[in-house]
Every structure is written in structure tokens, then in C-alpha cells.
Design a protein around this ligand. Structure first.
Ligand code: PBG
Length: 350
């Protein structure tokens, strides 16, 4: 029987126990002063890389707090413009608008999504009229806020009587919604419903309607999960159940790369990974292969966790905001959607 050789420990060339310490490499040298740390910093975040997600609600006459997201509000048109102005003044590059229709106006297909006078389209045109091309106006392109069942696509029954989301019947509705958003003045549409083929039909519909210059930010790698919890209140969601038949399974990484490849092939101008923090490894992998700019969405649950801990005095709010955004940027995001966009822009400008 042969026995393995005894494990040989590497010989330490430096003894820290003796007087003859001679460390040639001392990583701490480059951490000595703020100026030195700034000098060697690899990761830079600029306010114009930030996108502020915002909510415009129908049927309210003053801005309404969202209790699960302290500091974030559902807006009237007037408070929307005022808050967007603050973002622009702080240097934020873009706002991404979500619509909150009245419960009575929701229906099975989400038809308020493409109605010219639907709350989201009214908000988009108000933003574009007010800010022109100074602020990038981005639209959330998904039906879930507008459907009475709260799903991102239309429902059908399979032949066994089970209710399922009808991918292909949803696509033309996304196309209509995207064209209505472009007509309202959106510079960017951002399909977030995770239907297969959504980028291709939207690109085609925009081009056919003469909107060649309206770009598409694809929510390519969007994972199902608990971190969207506070957002449900933010948009008054009607959803029962979950979105696991269309959003990705957090146990999988490879399919994110396929989703990104498909979206770029279908015409996406930018791709996204979402939520950011639980999927920073995916963000890095996507950034390594993407031929278009990469965005990450720091979602409602990420926002609310830090906010709640800070309110309890358990965490330093501003430091935690910057730690989280720096991590997302370092992981590979060129663009970050964050409810702290305006505040972070102020912090970045010192
Ligand atoms: C759905 C959509 C969601 C978010 C953005 N778009 C909710 C979901 O997928 O369940 C969540 C954003 C957030 O949590 O901040 N169109």
C-alpha cells in the first residue's frame, strides 16, 4: 500500500514574529489618504448613469406616500414634474415611469396601457413636453399594472383547464403599448414582462410606426423573487400568485446569457439584470459578454431593506447607499436604476 506524502506547508518567507520584517508589497500604501484612494480607484459612478424610477397615479390629487418604500411616492402630474426636475438638476440622466391606474380601469388585457389618455402615457407626454431632450424619458413597457389579474401577459386556459400566461397573444399588446409610449414622447421603452420574442415585435412595431430613434432597454435577465415585494404596493398590484412561469429561476445562470444573446439579436439597444444585489454574479457575466450597454435595477426590496435598517439606526444610510451602488457598478453596470438616484447624485457631487 502506498501512502500519500505528508502535506508540505509552503515555507513562509517572511516572519512577522521577528524584527527582520521586510514586506516588499504593502497594499495599505495606496489606502493612506483620501487623495491616494481617489487616485487609484477603479470604479467611478456618475450621476448621469443613474435612472430614477417614478410612479404616476390616476385619481389622486396630491402625492401619496408608499408605506413599504419610505421616501418614495405615487405622483400626480404636478409632483411628477417637480420631482423629475429635482432629479435633472442633481444630474440624474433619466427617469423611468410606471403607471398606477385606478382599480376600476383595469381589465383582462390591460387596455389602459395603450390608451392615449391612460395615466402612464399622460405622464410620459408631460415629462417630454416639460424637459424635451434634456432628460431621458424612459417608459416601463409591461401590462401588469393595467391588468385586473396583475400578470404581465394575457391569460388563457390550456387544454387541461389550467390558467396560463399566453406568450404569443401578449406580444401584439406589448407592440401597441410601446408605440403608444413612443407617441407620448418616450425616448426609451423598457419591456419588463419576460415574454419570449418581446424585443423583436416591439422593434418591428416601433420601426413600422416611424420610431426608428426610440430605443429599447430590455429587461433581459429578470429573476423572479421576493425583492419585488414593496413594488406591489407602489403600483397597487392586483397579482395573486407569482411570476415564476415567465421570470427566471434564481438557481440558473446560463439562461441569463441566452436571454441577453436573444435580446441583442432581436434589437435591444441596452440589456438589464434585475434585481441587482442578489444577482451581481449574473451582472458580471452579462457585462463580460454584452456588446451593448448593461443596466442593473436596484429594486424596491433592496431599497426598503436599507431604508428600514437606517430608520432603526442599525446602518449608516448614506454609506450603505453608496456601498450598494458601488458594488453594482463594479459588478459591471453601466447604468443603474435606483430609487436613490437623486440622493445618490447629490452624494456623488459632494
Ligand atoms: C413588472 C415590474 C416589476 C418591477 C418592475 N417592473 C414587478 C415584478 O416583476 O413583479 C419591480 C421593480 C421593483 O421592485 O422595484 N413589470
Amino acid at each position: 500500500m502506498c501512502r500519500a506524502d505528508p502535506v508540505r506547508l509552503p515555507r513562509r518567507t517572511i516572519s512577522t514574529m521577528t524584527d527582520d520584517v521586510h514586506l516588499v508589497r504593502r497594499p495599505r500604501r495606496l489606502r493612506t489618504t483620501p487623495a491616494m484612494r481617489n487616485f487609484v480607484a477603479e470604479t467611478h459612478l456618475e450621476p448621469n448613469q443613474l435612472v430614477l424610477p417614478m410612479f404616476i397615479a390616476d385619481g389622486i390629487d396630491s402625492a401619496r406616500d408608499i408605506s413599504a418604500m419610505p421616501g418614495v411616492q405615487q405622483h400626480t402630474e404636478e409632483s411628477l414634474l417637480r420631482t423629475a426636475e429635482e432629479a435633472l438638476t442633481a444630474g440624474v440622466g433619466s427617469v423611468d415611469l410606471f403607471g398606477v391606474p385606478t382599480p376600476e380601469s383595469k381589465d383582462a388585457t390591460g387596455s389602459q396601457a395603450w390608451a392615449v389618455d391612460g395615466v402612464l402615457n399622460r405622464g410620459l407626454s408631460a415629462l417630454r413636453r416639460e424637459f424635451g431632450d434634456d432628460l431621458i424619458v424612459m417608459a416601463d413597457t409591461c401590462l401588469d399594472e393595467f391588468t385586473d389579474h396583475g400578470h404581465c401577459g394575457v391569460l388563457t386556459e390550456d387544454r387541461f383547464g389550467t390558467t396560463v400566461i399566453d406568450n404569443d397573444a401578449t406580444l401584439p399588446l406589448y407592440a401597441r403599448m410601446a408605440v403608444a409610449q413612443a407617441e407620448a414622447g418616450a425616448h426609451v421603452v423598457s419591456p419588463s414582462g419576460m415574454m419570449d420574442g418581446q424585443i423583436a415585435v416591439i422593434r418591428r412595431a416601433l420601426d413600422d410606426a416611424g420610431f426608428q430613434d426610440v430605443s429599447i432597454l430590455a429587461y433581459s435577465a429578470k429573476y423572479a423573487g421576493a425583492f419585488y415585494g414593496p413594488f406591489r404596493e407602489a403600483v397597487g398590484s392586483s397579482l395573486q400568485g407569482d411570476r415564476k412561469t415567465y421570470q427566471q429561476d434564481p438557481r440558473n445562470a446560463r439562461e441569463s446569457l441566452m436571454e441577453v444573446d436573444l435580446d441583442i439579436a432581436e434589437g435591444a439597444d441596452m440589456v438589464m439584470v434585475k434585481p441587482a444585489m442578489p444577482h451581481l454574479d449574473i451582472l458580471r457575466q452579462v457585462a463580460d459578454i454584452s456588446t451593448v450597454p448593461v443596466a442593473a435595477y436596484q429594486v424596491s426590496g433592496e431599497y426598503s431593506m436599507i431604508t428600514a435598517a437606517a430608520q432603526n439606526g442599525w446602518i449608516d444610510r448614506e454609506a450603505a447607499i453608496m456601498d450598494s451602488l458601488t458594488g453594482i457598478r463594479r459588478a459591471g453596470a453601466d447604468i443603474i436604476l435606483t430609487y436613490w438616484a437623486t440622493e445618490a447624485a447629490h452624494l456623488l457631487r459632494g
